[in-house]
Design a protein around this ligand. Sequence first.
Ligand code: UDX
Ligand code: UDX
Length: 442
Amino acid sequence: MHICVVGTGYVGLVTGSCLADFGMDVTCVDNDTAKIEMLQSGKIPIYEPGLDALVAKNTAAGRLHFTTDLPSAVRQALAIFIAVGTPPKEDGSADLSYVVEVAHAIAEHMNGYKVVVTKSTVPTGTGQLIEKILREATGGEHAFSVVSNPEFLREGSAIADFMRPDRVVIGARDAQAVAIMKDIYSPLYLIETPFVITNVESAELIKYASNAFLATKITFINEVADLCERLGANVHHVAKGMGLDRRIGPKFLHPGPGYGGSCFPKDTQALADIARRAEQPFEIVETVIRVNERIKARSIEKVKAALGGDVRGKKIGVLGLAFKPETDDMRDSPAIPLVTALIEQGAHVRAFDPAAMDNARPLLPQQVEYTENAYEAATGADALVIVTEWNQFRSLNLSRILELVKEPIVVDLRNVYDPGKMREAGFTYDSVGRAARDLPPE
Ligand code: UDX
Ligand code: UDX
């Protein structure tokens, strides 16, 4: 079966290369010529573990192609996946202009029955919009089905999330489209992956509701962490005690500097906007959005407090810039407001991130210095701040850090280290939600 995937960003490129790995003939289209030329020369424009090998293997097998020529890709495909960006607009609603542009391009070049699949996260009702565009633009000349097949890929584990998903969600109106989608995902069907077959609107809402719930769960534990600091409790013990309840579960109960990324901030805003437009405000999601902003701001307060209330003239080492480890993605990273505020308040910032520094440069004040490794960032620092929990920051040579820093102050926003051990090692150490000092030995 011939598949076309439009958009070769995180979602499109992972989707295209995984579908090719399922044995289908996949053509990935993008309007960014430079990106397509990179892909044709075997280079991957994004940092996603394992993606380079997967693309190389399937390109060599002749199952995976890259082009800017959307018309020919549409004509030869039976199923066309739309995986272009749906970034937030000023008012928080999802910008569907790219999706609409692609829908018109598909309509223009249809040469027979097509299944048009929205893989991008799109507001409930977008399926109807695409149907309207296709119907009006083709004048009813060609039959088609519009399907919602949302992705649940986490950056840094996107291939595993595609190949071993918790579920495949298919929203469609007709049996033919469902049959074709099951055919496309037959390798997952065979390993008994649960399929949720529903209508388009429910499938579109499953995606937003899932992301908003995950963002809510993270924000919940971040507020619990703040409370732990005031009550002398330990947030990891509280999270463990909560998570052992199978109705709650241990995942996504890690406190930190607030959620970021290309999805949670965008999808919570979009869901709140969808609900407002439906005159049914989603109050919990609106609160989560607001509280996450406060959580991000508390990181700045923590660093200031660690430096006696004023960062002016202080040298601050920042470890990690990406919104999470194993990615180069800086979209809505909590590091952005933190580093910007530190610079604005007169600090000197030296930052290191294993993958995201190139993407970070245009997003951070130009005064920020970038270093080759964590130890350089620590050299001469009045405080060292851990913002992203890259594995390499989990086993730093602490005695070397102690020699390099000017002041032995560490603010650990991801609770990478143990408070007792850090104090024993000679650091003044702050983290998130672990003020308790009277913990019994485990
Ligand atoms: C994004 C959103 O983050 C995600 O929530 C949504 O589900 C899918 O779109 P991502 O892959 O990260 O996922 O998008 P992005 O990194 O912005 O890449 C989109 C790609 O589509 C870009 O390469 C862009 O050049 C391309 N594009 C955009 C087109 O090919 N045609 C267009 O008209 C617009
Ligand atoms: C998320 C969803 O997990 C995925 O299903 C969806 O398809 C896209 O959005 P992603 O944004 O790549 O994936 O990263 P994720 O691992 O979910 O982390 C999102 C943010 O939450 C990051 O900033 C991360 O640091 C933060 N987070 C996550 C926490 O602060 N605590 C946690 O316990 C988990």
